[in-house]
Design a protein around this ligand. Structure first.
Ligand code: GRF
Length: 213
C-alpha cells in the first residue's frame, strides 16, 4: 500500500470541512495523514478540532500584519516544515500571495460555496438567490493567484427551493460540501488527479468537464 497522502489543512473559522476530513480519515475511507492544521485566527474553532484529534496546529495571527506577502511567506514556511503533499484550504478566508502559491501549483485546493465560475468571493448564497438561480452548489478547485479562479475539479449541486434564504441554502449545502471535499481529497490521495501544463487530468485523460459529486 502506498504511504498515506500528507495533508495540511488551513482554516479560519468553524472547521466543519476539516472535521469531515478527520472523520473520513478515521473511518478508513481516506488514505491521508493530516499532518498540520494552520490558521490565521488563533481563536478559530477548527484549531480546537485539530487539537482534539491530536493533530499539530499552527496559529499565526494575521491581525495588524500589514505586509501580506511577508505574512503569507511566514505561514507557508511553517506549513512546508510538515512536508505536506497537498494543502487544503477549508474555509480559509484570505487571498494568498502569488509568490507563496507558486511552489504549490497543482498541490493546493480550495472549497468554495458556489458553482464556479459563478460567484467567486463572498456572499455566494445571497448572490445565487439575487440572481434567481435554480441551482446552487459548491466547488473544489485548484488554487491559483486568481481569487477562486483556478481549474475546478468537481462540484456538488443543490436546487434552490421557494422560500430559501441565504442561511437555509448554506445549511443545506454544507453536508454536500463535506462529501465533495472528502471525495476530491480521496481522488487525489489515490493518484487519480494530475496537474499538467496548467490543466487537470483525471484517470490519465484531460478533464473536459467538472466532475459531479
Ligand atoms: C464553507 O462554506 C466553505 O465552502 C467556505 O467557508 C465555509 C467554511 O466552513 N470556503 P467550515 O469552516 O469548514 O465549517
Amino acid at each position: 500500500m502506498p504511504a498515506p497522502l500528507r495533508v495540511a489543512v488551513l482554516v479560519s473559522g468553524r472547521g466543519s470541512n476539516l472535521q469531515a476530513l478527520i472523520a473520513a480519515q478515521r473511518s478508513g475511507a481516506l488514505p491521508i495523514d493530516i499532518v498540520v492544521v494552520a490558521s490565521n485566527k488563533p481563536a478559530a474553532e477548527g484549531l480546537r478540532h485539530a487539537q482534539d484529534a491530536g493533530i499539530a496546529t499552527v496559529a499565526l495571527d494575521a491581525t495588524g500584519r500589514r505586509d501580506r506577502a511577508a505574512y503569507d511567506a511566514e505561514l507557508f514556511a511553517h506549513i512546508a516544515a510538515f512536508t505536506p503533499d497537498l494543502i487544503v484550504l477549508a474555509g480559509f478566508m484570505r487571498v494568498l500571495d502569488a509568490a507563496v502559491l507558486a511552489p504549490w501549483t497543482g498541490r493546493i485546493i480550495n472549497i468554495h460555496p458556489s458553482l464556479l465560475p459563478k460567484y467567486p468571493g463572498l456572499h455566494t448564497h445571497q448572490r445565487a438567490l439575487d440572481a434567481g438561480d435554480a441551482l446552487h452548489g459548491a466547488s473544489v478547485h485548484f488554487v491559483t493567484a486568481e481569487l477562486d479562479g483556478g481549474p475546478v475539479l468537481a462540484c456538488s449541486e443543490i436546487t434552490v427551493e421557494t422560500g430559501d434564504d441565504a442561511d437555509a441554502l448554506a445549511a443545506r449545502l454544507l453536508p454536500r460540501e463535506h462529501a465533495l471535499l472528502c471525495r476530491c481529497v480521496q481522488w487525489i490521495a489515490e493518484g487519480r488527479v494530475a496537474w499538467q501544463d496548467d490543466r487537470l487530468q483525471f484517470d490519465g485523460a484531460p478533464l473536459t468537464d467538472v466532475l459531479r459529486v
